[in-house]
Design a protein around this ligand. Structure first.
Ligand SMILES: [Fe+2]
Length: 266
């Protein structure tokens, strides 16, 4: 009997919303709650199987900011999963989203796919790092289970040709990539933190960075620089039952605020 192939699973990555307690709070000229709401509305206008938020959820260490995010996500009609970025407060993140949000490895099943969310946060620092036992556990999981796998984390695990951002990567990201090299079920390593689109291929998997839902950083810049040309956006991943995927970055067609170009940092 002929069987129609099942529709791909649509997974959304939203990253670096940098929300504030105050609904009017802004980062470098962008009101982050408003831009997040606009990107989220665009993303979920088409049904999705899961939404992954890859860190820097709240910028001002506020319980109100995390509560507002939790309330907003509770209206979304699909499962949502968060992981920590360098700007996140891990106790507040855990208080609002549970222990899974700060676990070394968070597992999300979307049969036949498996999503692994790695915590790369180093408390009080802007770069990332993996714990030795975290990488050992990941190796064990990849060895025992061959389901097609996506790995999500906050920090980029490889240089992206931007001098200032390359000092803020995961310091032992090369170890993650070497591990992925040995496990052909890994189809993509997906990250936030860099506030810009990025795509590369290494062997059998893709390396994918996403725009922020608020301020964009200028690609391939030696020093901190804001990108005024590109709008807030998200990454869409379409996961096929045969273990292949397609992906694209989708941005707002227009956003009414412009970033402050003269900023020296954030
Ligand atoms: Fe960020």
């Amino acid at each position: 009997m002929f069987a129609f192939p099942s529709a791909p699973l649509r997974v959304l990555q939203l990253s670096d919303p940098h929300l504030f307690a105050n609904a009017d709070g802004h980062l470098l000229g962008i009101t982050t709650r408003a831009s997040f709401d606009a990107v989220l509305a665009l993303a979920i206008a088409t049904p999705a199987a899961a939404l992954i938020l890859t860190g820097d959820l709240v910028h001002d260490d506020s319980a109100v900011g995390y509560a507002a995010l939790h309330a907003r996500l509770s209206t979304v009609n699909c499962p949502t999963h968060c992981l920590a970025g360098n700007h996140d407060h891990s106790e507040l993140l855990q208080a609002h989203f549970g222990i899974a949000a700060i676990a070394p490895i968070q597992q999300v099943w979307l049969p036949p796919w498996k999503l692994l969310l790695l915590n790369s946060q180093v408390t009080g620092r802007n770069h990332g790092s993996f714990q030795r036992k975290q990488l050992a556990e990941l190796k064990q999981q990849l060895t025992k289970d061959s389901a097609p796998t996506l790995i999500f984390l906050h920090h980029q695990p490889l240089p992206i040709h931007s001098r200032w951002l390359d000092t803020l990567a995961v310091e032992n990201g090369a170890e993650l990539l070497q591990l992925c090299d040995q496990h052909s079920q890994v189809k993509a390593v997906i990250f936030g933190h860099i506030h810009q689109e990025f795509a590369a291929r290494r062997g059998g998997y893709q390396l994918l960075g996403a725009p922020s839902t608020c301020v964009q950083f200028l690609p391939e810049s030696d020093d901190f620089a804001v990108d005024e040309q590109r709008q807030p956006g998200y990454r869409e991943l379409l996961l096929n039952a045969n273990g292949t995927l397609t992906t694209r970055v989708v941005r707002l067609a227009h956003y009414h605020e412009s970033p402050q170009l003269k900023s020296k940092g954030y």
